[in-house]
Design a protein around this ligand. Structure first.
Ligand SMILES: [Zn+2]
Length: 70
């Protein structure tokens, strides 16, 4: 293995052929080089998910005490 430590972007897995794709220079590939599946929509969805997660985390940090369900 010759991965550089730290700051390595998460690898993509092609939902079509299941191959692992390593982002080049931290940039996700837009197309599967193996089966040519278009990832543009998937990348957008992942971005939105990450944004929603970050927003939820911020909201949780903003409220000092989360309401506990009784
Ligand atoms: Zn593929």
């Amino acid at each position: 293995m010759c991965f550089r430590p730290g700051g390595v972007a998460k690898a993509q897995v092609c939902p079509n052929c299941g191959k692992k794709l390593v982002p080049i220079g931290g940039v996700y590939q837009k197309k599967c080089p193996f089966c040519k599946t278009d990832f543009t929509a998937l990348i957008e969805a992942a971005k939105k998910e990450a944004e929603a997660e970050a927003a939820a985390k911020k909201a949780a940090e903003a409220s000092p005490e989360a309401p506990k369900p009784e």
